[in-house]
Structures are given as structure tokens and as C-alpha cells.
Design a binder for this molecule. Structure first.
Ligand code: PRP
Ligand code: ZN
Length: 310
């Protein structure tokens, strides 16, 4: 896109640029805040002026390009950026539309936010029985590649109308009989009198990389990836502390969720009790805490973990 590429400081080295890793993030929309937030949690501090296309990290060799989500794959294949955060829906749509062009893009890791699904929805007045009901109909979408594949795999013949946005108004304006669009809360569908009928795919935010990284950039990329992995692990983990009767230690260890080897320490002045500390790599529910209590544990404390590195 001319608007977005014109101010890019292009480097002289054609492969991977000036020794700084470049990451493309969504400028505004579903993923943008969480994407910037993930970098911040990874200890990377950015000058935050969202109206700018480009910002530099002060304390990490990383430059950030804030662009339209649909443009991120193009920034990666042209090596303007080497990594990006995008919805799986965006990557898969590009790969469905252009089978040759995006083969160097690798999905590295799912980031656990930006969950949504691509679905076919019909007006509530439409009699929908199965995908067969789509035969001979017109479907409006911004995801013609994925929709065409879905219909072809099921032997359905339908017309696809490609729209850039506001797909949900297509049935009302008689542009199409149905739509195929992203659904997150479902509010857009409901407020436009539409009902979800088929889920084509589930999507979430992913880290994507270009496979052609030079050695220096690869080192920076691996450092970034290791920090991102650490943030995701810490986000999904809890630190649990409790006091346990020595006699009940085995049963209490068995109840602790997702923790391999808890630390067991003596409690001063108590011959019969020990303190147990453990990192639980999954959520600790109230029901789990109650079960620990039933097994004899007391003073149970569950705290979030800010950082974690092996
Ligand atoms: C999607 C989709 C709907 C809305 C659905 O657009 O096109 O408009 O989100 O979300 P809901 O179920 O929570 O109401 P998005 O904001 O992703 O913009 P984009 O299609 O331009 O990327
Ligand atoms: Zn978009």
C-alpha cells in the first residue's frame, strides 16, 4: 500500500536490513493493543505514538511497523519486516488466495489472544438446514479464498461477492443472501439480524516469521521469541503456596494442577506440617483449592507470576 510504505526507512542491505529486527503489528483493531502489550510485557519499551507507522524500541534491537492487518503478510514476504503478529485468519486467507506467494511465511507460535471464528451467517428469515442450503446462493465476504476452499471441499456451488468491509449489511441491501465473516462476541451478527450457521475456522493471534533470516537477525529473533514464550508461560501459570500435614503430602501433591515437582520446606515449630510451594502451569480453580483444603492443606495462597525463565 502506497500510504503505508512511503515513509518506511528502507535500508541499504537487501536481506533483513540494518541489523535491527523489524516487526509488523496491527495499527488499530482487534489485535493492536494486545500485540503492543505483549512486547511491553517482554520488556521492550516503545515510543508510543500510534499515529505513526514506525516506532523504535529503546532497549532492544527492534523496530515496530504499525500497519493494516491485511498488509502484514506483504510486509513480511517483501522483507520490510521479518516477523509479524496477525490473526491466523489473515495468514490463511492470503495463503488460500495466493498459493505461491506466501510460502516463506511460517506460523511460529499461537499467542492466546484475539480469538475469533470465520463463520457463515444467514438472515433469521432464511431457512437454513445444512451447507446444501448454500447451493445457488450469493455469499458476501472479505475471505473469498477461505470461503471458496470451504465450499469446494463440500461440493457446494455458490456465488461469492468480495467486500472489503461492512459485510454484515450485504443481506439487508440485497447484495447477497448470506455472509461469511469473522465473529467474536457475535454482537455484529445479532444487531444485523443475522444468525451464525457454519463455523469455517477458529482463529487467534499468531507470531509469524519470514523463513529467510540472516544470522544476526536470527539471533535477535530467537531472543524475542524466548521472551515471548516466557511471557505466555508466566501468563498461564500461577504460584501456589500452602501448608500441608506431612501425612497428607502425597495426596496434596496429586491434587496440585500442572506442577511437576513442588518445593517442600519445614515449618518452624511444627513437626507435623510442611510448607509447599509450586508453579502450576494452568489455572487454579476454586474447586481445586477446596480439594486441597479437604486433603488437609491450609493457608492456601495463589499468586500470579510476572516473569519466568528456565
Ligand atoms: C470483524 C467482523 C465484524 C466484527 C465481529 O471485524 O468483520 O465486523 O469483527 O465481531 P463481534 O462478533 O465481536 O461483533 P474486525 O473488527 O476484525 O475488522 P476487520 O475485518 O477490518 O479486520
Ligand atoms: Zn482486517
Amino acid at each position: 500500500m502506497d500510504r503505508t510504505t512511503s515513509t518506511i526507512p528502507l535500508s541499504t542491505n537487501p536481506i533483513n536490513g540494518d541489523g535491527r529486527l523489524k516487526i509488523a503489528l496491527q495499527k488499530s483493531g482487534r489485535l493492536s493493543e494486545m500485540s503492543v502489550g505483549l512486547l511491553e510485557k517482554a520488556g521492550i519499551s516503545l515510543t508510543k505514538s500510534r499515529d505513526q507507522l514506525f516506532c523504535r524500541a529503546h532497549n532492544f534491537p527492534l523496530d515496530v511497523f504499525l500497519v493494516r492487518d491485511d498488509d502484514i503478510p506483504a510486509f513480511l514476504v517483501t522483507d520490510v519486516c521479518q516477523v509479524g503478529i496477525m490473526g491466523q485468519n489473515v495468514l490463511w486467507e492470503k495463503q488460500a488466495l495466493f498459493t505461491e506467494k506466501y510460502t516463506t511465511l511460517e506460523e511460529v507460535i499461537a499467542l492466546g489472544f484475539g480469538h475469533c471464528r470465520l463463520s457463515i451467517a444467514a438472515p433469521t428469515s432464511f431457512t437454513y438446514n445444512s451447507v446444501e442450503s448454500l447451493n445457488g446462493k450469493t455469499i458476501a465476504t472479505s475471505y473469498s479464498g477461505l470461503l471458496a476452499t470451504y465450499l469446494r471441499d463440500r461440493g457446494v456451488e455458490a456465488d461469492i461477492v468480495t467486500m472489503e468491509g461492512a459485510v454484515e449489511v450485504a443481506p439487508r441491501t440485497h447484495l447477497a443472501d448470506l455472509i461469511c465473516d469473522l465473529v467474536s462476541t457475535g454482537n455484529t451478527l445479532t444487531s444485523n439480524g443475522l444468525q451464525e450457521q457454519e463455523v469455517i475456522l477458529q482463529s487467534q493471534a499468531i507470531l509469524v516469521k519470514n523463513s529467510n533470516l540472516n544470522e544476526d537477525i536470527q539471533v535477535i529473533y530467537e531472543k524475542l521469541l524466548s521472551r515471548i514464550r516466557a511471557v505466555l508461560r508466566a501468563d498461564n501459570s500461577r504460584y501456589i503456596m500452602l501448608n500441608s500435614p506431612i501425612a497428607a503430602l502425597d495426596s496434596i501433591k496429586a491434587v496440585l494442577p500442572g506442577s511437576a515437582s513442588p518445593t517442600v520446606m519445614p515449618l518452624q515449630g511444627r513437626e507435623d506440617m510442611v510448607a509447599v510451594h509450586a508453579v502450576c502451569e494452568e489455572e487454579v480453580f476454586w474447586t481445586t483449592m477446596e480439594e486441597l483444603q479437604r486433603n488437609g492443606a491450609n493457608s492456601i495462597l495463589v499468586v500470579p507470576i510476572e516473569k519466568m525463565l528456565d
